[in-house]
Write a new protein. Sequence first.
Lengths: 141, 141
Amino acid sequence: MTNTSSSAFPARGSTADIEQGLTFQPKFDADGLIGAIVTDMTTGAVLMFAWMNSEALRLSLDTGIAHFWSRSRKRLWRKGEESGNTLAIREARVDCDQDVVWLRVSVGGAGATCHTGTKSCFYRSIVAGSGEPIRLQRDDL
Amino acid sequence: MTNTSSSAFPARGSTADIEQGLTFQPKFDADGLIGAIVTDMTTGAVLMFAWMNSEALRLSLDTGIAHFWSRSRKRLWRKGEESGNTLAIREARVDCDQDVVWLRVSVGGAGATCHTGTKSCFYRSIVAGSGEPIRLQRDDL
């Protein structure tokens, strides 16, 4: 377990309550994590996908600045803490079964979200019908 | 393991190759799954997030119609096979470390992606500063 404080959020109710209710009751997986999709508030481009433990989710909602749980470094991570490319949350949404959140953000600093220096982590498209192995095409968003 | 055929994709190379290379070498997690973000090709809205095993990913890329792995039903799932709301993949992208794919789609049938009947699974926003428990607001996309 990477997280022991999921009790900071309400216990999960019935399926109807989870899907149709108006109480935020996020579901954390067996590792105590919930997935977060991050898109650019202006362009709509998907910038990154990362994981949050309950502390990261709580901090993100309380401060309006995206925090994540780094699975590789096994620590809480305020996105942009080193690069300055912080993510200001303009809107946060949750899906039907409340096990994924979607953050619409404005990127601070130099505007790069990816650790490789690109604006979006999704800087390559998958080329349909390109044979084996399947090829990628570089086309930054 | 929910998947035993990840060998259908190339073995993973070096970090540089994964991040900067032009060969698709998806990373499946310990359960043999890779996450897929689905957005609307026209509006850019995030419609859903689901999981694929290697067979679902392969079928999605080969047919241009999104297939997933249902973790609850433990079976391959062609999205819309019952509802008719199939997802035609207009563009597929992959992130820096190739462990998440992003599908930009056109929704067939009645245009509902969510099993609850809404266009997007993300039909509720999280209300900042709404106290405890945190409140959601219904505002369909």
